[in-house]
Design a protein around this ligand. Sequence first.
Ligand SMILES: C[S@@+](CC[C@H](N)C(=O)[O-])C[C@H]1O[C@@H](n2cnc3c(N)ncnc32)[C@H](O)[C@@H]1O
Length: 336
Amino acid sequence: MTNKKFFLLSGERSTLPQAELRAIVETYDDKARFEAINDRVMVVDGRFDLKTILKRSAYANAGGNLLTHCKIENAEKSIKAIAFDEFMEDSVSFAAYIFNLSDQHLSGKMEAIIGSAVKERLPKAKVSLKNPQNIVIGIIFGEHLLLGFTDYMEKRIWKSRRPRARPFFHPSALYPKFARGLVNLSHVKEGDLLLDPFCGTGSVLIEASIIGINTIGIDVSMKMCRGSMDNLKHYMLESLGVINSDALMLPIRNVDAIVTDVPYGRCASSRGIKTMNLLQDFILQADAIIPKGRYCIIVHPNTIELNNLDAFEVKERHEVYVHRSLTRAITVLRKR
Ligand SMILES: C[S@@+](CC[C@H](N)C(=O)[O-])C[C@H]1O[C@@H](n2cnc3c(N)ncnc32)[C@H](O)[C@@H]1O
C-alpha cells in the first residue's frame, strides 16, 4: 500500500485551507509531497498519521488513505480490484461515504458498488452507518473518483467555543475555527510553547491548548487577561501563564511560535500607538525570542503592510474578508 492520503478541504474561497493542511503535514513530515487536485482536494504523499491531521485541522473536512484514483467510467472495475481484506478484518463493521463535488447524481451508485465489493472480499463484514469501525471514503470531482479508507470521521464542533458562547466576550474575539487555522499555520507540535502577545479573550490560547500545545498569553489590559483565564477555565484548559504586560517589553526569552492578532480599530486598544508602529516595534521583539526556522503568524488589517522583516522570510500571505471595512491579512513569517 502507498503512503498517499487525500483530503477534502472546506470551500472557504480562500488560500487558508490548503496552506493549513500543508503546514500541519509538514509539522509531522517535512518531506511530504503535495498535489493540489483542485482548491478542495489535495493528495499528500508522506509518512504521517491521518487521524492526527484530521483531528487538528480546522479546514480539512475528511480524508482517507488512498486506495484508488480513477475515472468514473472505470470506477466499478477499480473498486472491485481493491483488496479490502488486506486492511479490514472479516467481521468488521463498515460504511461507505461519498462526497460528491460534481453535478452528477452518483453517490448512491458508488456506495452500492463499494458495499458489494467489500462483501465479496469479506463476507462477514456488516454495514453500520452509525458506528462503523472502518470507513471507505470517496470524493467525486469532475470525471474522477478518489477512494480511500479511514477510521476517523468525527465532525469538529466549533459552536460551543464561538465568542458569544464563552463566559468572557469582547467584539474583537476571533472565531475558533479561524484561530485553530492560525495555530496550525505556525507548525507547532504537541508540547511546543506558543505565545500570543496580544491575547485578548484567549481564542488562540484555547485552540492551541486543545491540541496539546503549551501556551503563554500576554495582554496590556488586565480585564482581557482575566477574561482569557476565565475562558480557558470554562473549557477546562490551562495556559502556562496569562501575563498582564506590554508586548513591546516581552517578559519572555524563548518560544517555539508566535501566533497573534494585532490590535486595530475601535475594538482593540493599543494605548494610542498606531497599529503600524506597534507592529514594526513588535517584529523586533519577536526576532529576539523566536529560534531560527520557527514561525510567527501575524493577523493584521490588509491595509497595513509589515516592515522591519530582515530577520524573517515572508513565507505566505493570505486574506480573509470579514466585512466592508475589514479584510484580514495573515502573514506567515519564518525566522531566517
Ligand atoms: C485584536 S485584539 C486580540 C483579540 C484576540 N485575538 C481574541 O480572539 O480575543 C488585540 C488585543 O491587544 C491588546 N493590546 C493592545 N496593545 C497592547 C500592547 N502594547 N501589549 C499587549 N497587548 C496589547 C488589546 O488589549 C487587545 O486585547
